[in-house]
Design a protein around this ligand. Structure first.
Ligand code: AMP
Ligand code: MG
Length: 394
């Protein structure tokens, strides 16, 4: 059997980052930056008031209380400003530029709020309540580095440095196609021998959680010709295809039957539990990566985390590898088959971890109740309670 790490390495050797493109800021949320973004100006661009109050010369407000004439109002957005003469003050609003001559702002709360004349009760420090030009960002400074995922605050600073268009790597478009003649669409009644189809919903959601676009292509029956038809049609809009089911050792394995003869997808046994039967290759004229995941829901989910998610990260220009782990102490004994790396569904609480009941690869409810996977190495078959283990938080 092929080690987990080698299977992932083989996959990553065949997937490349998507070509960057330039998009309007409104369409950049969730994408990954494909450039270093710098600011053309300092931020703030000019010294301005941090509060509503009065722009003063600090030396005029040493002995308080003091009453001084107010010469004018300075509002946010005001351009041409007169200098403040000795013994005079200007009423100033938050964000308004500091007039020349003034070197402190007295908050309105320290005054009587006068309009023609103001009485000030507290002495301001030199520079009080002034936001200095460039104290957030220097001109030419990199505010966001290539490889940064654009969330709300990153979008904010892109706009804040005046960018309207930005170079990003697009989200990979991932089509999820389930196979199985037993599968009924949720919302429809179950016939004899049927189960509700869950993998395409789960995997498309996992794709979105990984920052890519997930599309459900629904489910096809175990008919290789029909499977190939649907796959062909879906390839047009896909950067990646994920299939579930139809890759095991039995009969009626449409994915394997349809794709194995084409010679472009390698079907292999990977030394893991759950999720031993794996397939990966590049198909169609565009060499679209295809992951043929096993059909058991827990197997397909774990396979997604170990192999598909890193590939999606690579395609977005992000660092890619096996999921990060933390260490925890198991409260119960753990069992694992020899020669296979196990991913046990578990609940992680602080630094302790407890496996959930129901470790079968069909036990989706147990998976849904877990918040972590305990990784048990290939050579270990049993661990006593109190053992330190590696855990993948979900
Ligand atoms: P397969 O890999 O096709 O042999 O399927 C393995 C097991 O997973 C069978 O019990 C299937 O019924 C189940 N299964 C396969 N595909 C799905 C799916 N899309 N949703 C839920 N269960 C599935
Ligand atoms: Mg099947």
């Amino acid at each position: 059997m092929k080690p987990v790490d080698r299977h992932l390495a083989d996959i990553l050797a065949q997937v490349r980052p998507l070509a960057p493109l330039e998009v309007d800021l409104e369409r950049a949320l969730g994408a990954v930056l494909a450039e270093d973004v710098t600011s053309p100006v300092p931020l703030p661009p000019f010294d301005n008031s941090a509060m509503d109050g009065y722009a003063v010369r600090a030396q005029d407000v040493v002995d308080v209380p003091v009453s001084l004439p107010v010469t004018e109002d300075v509002a946010a957005g005001d351009g041409a400003l007169r200098a403040i003469g000795p013994g005079l003050v200007a009423r100033i609003m938050t964000g308004a530029p500091m007039p020349a001559g003034a070197d402190a702002v007295v908050p309105v709360e320290w005054t009587d709020g006068g309009v023609q004349k103001v009485t000030i009760h507290h002495r301001p420090e030199l520079g009080n309540a002034i936001r200095r030009a460039g104290e957030d960002v220097r001109a030419g400074q990199v505010v966001l580095a290539e490889g940064t995922r654009i969330g709300a605050s990153q979008l904010g600073i892109l706009a804040g440095v005046g960018r309207r268009r930005v170079r990003i790597r697009p989200k990979p478009r991932v089509v999820v196609l389930s196979t199985g003649s037993e599968l009924a669409e949720p919302g429809q009644p179950l016939g004899p021998g049927q189960i509700w189809e869950s993998n395409s919903f789960m995997l498309a959601a996992a794709v979105r959680e990984a920052g890519a676009e997930g599309f459900r292509a629904g489910a096809v029956t175990d008919d290789p010709a029909r499977f190939l038809d649907v796959l062909d049609a879906q390839l047009l809009r896909a950067d990646v295809v994920i299939t579930s089911g139809g890759v095991s050792m039995g009969a009626y394995e449409p994915v394997k039957e349809a794709l194995a003869p084409l010679g472009r997808v390698a079907f292999e046994k990977v030394a893991m539990q759950p999720g031993m039967p794996q397939g990966f290759g590049l198909i169609g004229e565009e060499n679209v990566p295809i992951f043929t995941l096993p059909g058991n829901p827990v197997s397909s989910y774990v396979s997604f985390l170990l192999f598909v998610r890193p590939a999606l990260r690579r395609m977005q220009g992000l660092p890619a590898g096996l999921p990060e782990t933390v260490q925890a102490t198991t409260t119960e004994s753990l069992r694992s088959p020899a020669g296979r790396r196990s991913y046990l569904r578990a609940v992680l609480t602080g630094h302790t971890v407890a496996p959930v009941h129901g470790q079968g690869s069909h036990q989706l409810a147990a998976l849904a109740s877990a918040n972590a996977l305990v990784v048990v190495p290939e050579e270990i078959t049993e661990l006593p309670p109190g053992s330190t283990v590696e855990v993948i938080p979900l």
